[in-house]
Design a protein around this ligand. Structure first.
Ligand code: SAM
Ligand code: SF4
Length: 461
């Protein structure tokens, strides 16, 4: 038996791709190891959304070079940096054995055989045409013992946001046929999963035979599934039908991640986001009317080229006005071949220290608002789906509320149960409390608690 280690960077798509890689490797008699020092094969599944993510992967590659030297491990790079750099990466990193893009995961066994047997250095980064693309089918057994899982509903992106590298690294949008999605969800439910998150770069433009709203409704009807989530949505495709689904189907969890990116119409236009702040707010108002109490989260970029102080303050105002539950905020990072990077000089780059200062101001405001939301939960009884052992304290359990707030609590309910937790304390990022009632038992016999946190595939933003 040979051992493999996958180091995952970036978003949920990458985490999911790493799981598909693990499945492909297990069919080749590879077994996972949590320690890269003991691995015979190391794969870095990379992210190129921001320069920092790329830098992190280069420094990790440097660390794994020693493992290659000491035990002759094979070293490969997959994901978005692989797709972006292709054979240039092999030239740049002479000790690297193979490079493969996100569309080439199914070829992984063949690639590894070529490296092992023919001693070739391999590059596989062709995009597969939409008509020919086959979504790798997840093996539900890999997810046994888990409670929640991601299910891919589409890949790629047809939008042209001027800051974003995704259309270059993930290719054109392809939707997965809805019966395939529902079959995968049903398989997962059969091994005890209670929640699924449907994922894609822009799930609202799903075209797999039914609308995305209908896909959510059909997913919610799969026996055993209690909560349905999804990510990510582009505001300009957020339909009334989807909003209506939140009104009618309580299993669609009351959380909506709706990236706004910034609070200025001029910058939104330069970003090519195709909506105005007023249109965005109108959508949110409808959503909140359809599902009162729904948690709203977002993504924000500060320091986009040409962003003035006043325009940044519009983002602060929007944050106060919407009162996001949480937000992921980033300093603008120019990416190769993107519209904004090509025009950055004309539009006026924002100095790095100004970007960082703006990010800190924004995050301070958001921390206060997030803290106000979580403090308001203290003293309440909330519904929690138990996911397993707390990562901070092995004597406690960990789970999430329907709004996707993290809860660490004293209790004994096994993973897969739904319990009521009385909230006693809160920080901006998590709630703490004690289990006061069991609402629903798991659907399959639970694994011992020490097995309910599956082998961790580390993901770094
Ligand atoms: N498809 C999603 C959408 O349209 O909102 C976004 C996916 S992207 C993986 C996640 C987030 O990364 C974006 O919403 C954006 O805030 C951020 N991002 C993308 N490109 C960036 C860049 N060049 N610099 C900084 N942040 C960036
Ligand atoms: Fe990137 Fe825009 Fe596509 Fe999101 S919608 S992945 S930000 S191009």
């Amino acid at each position: 038996m040979k051992r493999y280690f996958i180091h995952t960077f970036g978003c949920q798509m990458n985490v999911n791709d790493s799981l598909r890689m693990s499945e492909a490797l297990s069919k080749m008699s590879y077994v996972p190891t949590p320690e890269p020092e003991n691995a015979d094969l190391i794969i870095l599944n990379t992210c190129s959304i921001r320069e920092k993510a790329e830098d992190k992967m280069l420094s990790a590659l440097g660390r794994y070079r020693a493992v290659k030297a000491s035990r002759g491990a094979i070293l490969g790079v997959g994901g978005c940096v692989a797709q972006q750099e292709k054979d240039k990466l092999l030239k740049k990193v002479p000790y690297l054995d193979f490079v493969f893009g996100p569309d080439n995961i199914a070829k992984l066994p063949e690639v590894i055989s070529r490296v092992q047997d023919a001693r070739e250095r391999v590059v596989e980064t062709a995009f597969v045409d939409s008509e020919e693309y086959v979504f790798p089918r997840a093996d539900a057994e890999t997810s046994r013992g888990k409670v929640t899982e991601f299910v891919t509903v589409m890949k790629g992106c047809d939008n042209v946001c001027s800051f974003c590298v995704v259309p270059h690294t993930r290719g054109r949008e392809v939707s997965r046929a809805f019966p395939e999605v529902l079959l995968e969800v049903a398989d997962l439910a059969r091994v005890g999963l209670r929640e699924v998150t449907l994922i894609g770069q822009n799930v609202n433009s799903y075209q797999g035979g039914i609308s995305f709203a209908q896909l959510l409704l059909r997913t919610a009807e799969v026996p055993g599934i209690e909560r349905v989530r999804f990510t990510t949505s582009h505001p300009h495709d957020l339909s009334d039908e989807l909003i209506e689904a939140f009104r009618t189907q309580p299993k669609i969890a009351p959380h909506f991640h709706l990236p706004v990116q910034c609070g200025s119409d001029r910058i939104l236009k330069m970003m090519r986001r195709d909506y105005t702040v007023v249109q965005y707010l109108e959508r949110l108002e409808k959503l909140r009317a359809a599902r009162p109490g729904i948690a709203i989260t977002t993504d924000i970029i500060v320091g986009f080229p040409g962003e003035t102080e006043e325009e940044f303050e519009m983002t602060l105002q929007l944050t106060e006005q919407v009162r996001y539950d949480n937000q992921f905020s980033f300093v603008y990072s120019p990416r190769p071949k993107t519209g904004a990077a090509l025009r950055e000089k004309d539009w006026g780059p924002v100095p790095h220290e100004v970007k960082v200062a703006r990010l800190e101001r924004l995050q301070k405001v958001q921390r206060r608002i997030s803290g106000e939301y979580t403090q308001a939960q203290v003293g309440l009884d909330v519904e929690v789906m138990v996911e397993g052992r707390s990562r901070y304290d092995a004597t406690k359990r960990f789970g999430r509320t329907p709004e996707n707030r993290t809860v660490n609590f004293d209790g004994d309910a096994p993973a897969g149960s739904f319990v009521t937790v009385h909230i006693e304390r809160a920080t901006p990022n998590q709630l703490q409390g004690k289990q006061v009632a069991v609402l629903k038992e798991p659907t399959v016999a639970p694994l011992p608690v020490e097995l309910t946190v599956p082998l961790h595939v580390p993901a770094e933003a």
